[in-house]
Structure formats: structure tokens, C-alpha cells
Design a protein. Structure first.
Length: 172
């Protein structure tokens, strides 16, 4: 088997395994690091495709596009983005479709690809933390909280939220 075929097989195998391990061995220079990097990229893309499907259903987006079909142009641009970022991209694509063809127009692959290329995620750390804390207050269990908030008391969380609200709200 050629090294390209072996690498492709290793990537397919890694994607099919969940909550498991795939050991790789071989002499130096045979592509172990490259294959591992490709596996990580592929897993991230597969997760983004599943998330995109769920967000399409959640937001009742009218489309005939299967996210896996546009994975190379769509999901690869969104690996590492938050779920909220991916949802924002999908909603941008929906808005573009509505502007171009009316509110009942379906979202096309071109709309999704254009939105993924155009989207620029927020880098405002205080605003992002504020939004995250808003979500924390919606949680019904400490087990659902991000680690950095799980050990804080409700009073500490409220104090932090009020501080961030003052900072973020004072910018306008």
C-alpha cells in the first residue's frame, strides 16, 4: 500500500473512532505527524458539519445544501470558531438569501460560502466573557458550567457580570 493510501486510510479510521485511540508507529520521515495533523483537521471539519446541520434545523433555515457537500469551502474556514460564530455565519447566509430573493428564498451553497469567507469573529474578550456569563446564568447545574465558573458562588458570578455589563455597556 502506498504511503498516500495508508495516510488516507488512517484519516478515515480516526474519523470513525470516537472516544478511542489510534496508535501510529513507523520510522522517522514516514508521515506520522502529517497524518495526525490531517486527522485532527478532518475531525474538526466533521464536527463542524454536524453542528451546521443542527443549527440549520434549529434556525429553520430553508436550504437544499448538505453541509458535507460544501465542507472544503465552509467548514474548513470555521474550524476553531465557537458554536455561536458558526450560527452567526449560517444566519448571515440566510440574510443574504432573503435580501437577494425574498424571505422565502432558499439558502444556496454560494450564500454559505460567501458568509463563511466574510465572517469576522469578535475578539473583544470582555464582550465575549459577558455573553458567556449570560449563558452561565441560564444553566441549571454546575456540571454544565465552564470550569472557570463552576467553583464561583452565585454572588461572585453576579458581581463579575455586573462589572462586565458596566464596562461593555459604557462603550456606547
Amino acid at each position: 500500500m502506498s504511503s498516500a493510501k495508508a495516510g488516507a486510510a488512517a484519516i478515515r479510521l480516526a474519523v470513525s473512532l470516537r472516544h478511542s485511540y489510534l496508535p501510529m508507529q513507523g520510522p522517522p520521515g514516514t508521515g506520522k505527524t502529517y497524518t495526525a495533523a490531517e486527522q485532527i483537521l478532518e475531525l474538526g471539519q466533521a464536527d463542524a458539519v454536524c453542528l451546521a446541520r443542527a443549527l440549520l434545523r434549529k434556525n429553520k433555515i430553508k436550504t437544499e445544501v448538505e453541509p458535507a457537500a460544501i465542507r472544503d469551502g465552509f467548514s474548513t474556514k470555521l474550524v476553531g470558531y465557537s458554536n455561536a460564530d458558526i450560527e452567526a455565519v449560517i444566519l448571515m447566509a440566510n440574510d443574504d438569501a432573503a435580501r437577494e430573493g425574498g424571505t422565502s428564498a432558499p439558502v444556496t451553497a454560494e450564500h454559505f460560502l460567501r458568509a463563511a469567507t466574510d465572517y469576522f469573529p469578535s475578539r473583544d474578550s470582555e464582550l465575549l466573557e459577558y455573553m458567556e456569563l449570560l449563558a452561565v446564568f441560564e444553566a441549571s447545574s454546575r456540571r454544565l458550567l465552564p470550569t472557570k465558573y463552576a467553583s464561583m458562588t452565585p454572588e461572585e458570578l453576579d458581581t463579575r457580570l455586573r462589572l462586565l455589563r458596566a464596562v461593555v455597556g459604557g462603550r456606547r
